[in-house]
Ligand binder design. Sequence first.
Ligand code: GLN
Length: 196
Amino acid sequence: MAALRIGVLALQGAFREHRRMLDGLGAETRLVRWPAELDGLDGLVIPGGESTAIAKLLAIHGMYGPLRDAFAAGMAVFGTCAGAILMARDIEGARSDQEPLALMDVRIRRNAYGRQIDSFETAVPFDGVAGGPVKAVFIRAPRFADLGPGVRVLAVGDGGEPLAVREGRALAVAFHPELADDARVHAYFLESVAGA
Ligand code: GLN
């Protein structure tokens, strides 16, 4: 099979780490900042970082329409943390000028974990990923608050809260898989979402 062409949205956040992981898995990667760079992609990663900053830059770069169009035309999208926030149809705790991309029928709550656990690392069993729980880093993580009927939960936390959700070619996780030394969630995206 030819290498999948995967873009990594590189406006703000942990895009280098994602790219490194995808390169390691044999994908043909490209950093994406402007609409024309979406051309011909099989998939796009929207990294974690600060969703208000990414939203602002998406607007400045004229990316909202082209990104939604590329998704509608078949491009897969994988959002992590702030990326997951932007993929939701509804953002609780959004800044007034923070427009969601609305690629998935989910509502998400920003900064849903208390202060003491602003940041932590754990391991979570992940549906469709073999070899035991995946390493997951949480940094001021959001929480999926409400899922539409077509949304499948792939991983849950200790309290039963969804940590990874999928709706067709849209995959969103509340944590940062790119910051742990474990590429299996990225491999899942390549094999089961972008390459499906
Ligand atoms: N709290 C951040 C936001 O709302 C997300 C944090 C992250 O991506 N690690 O954008």
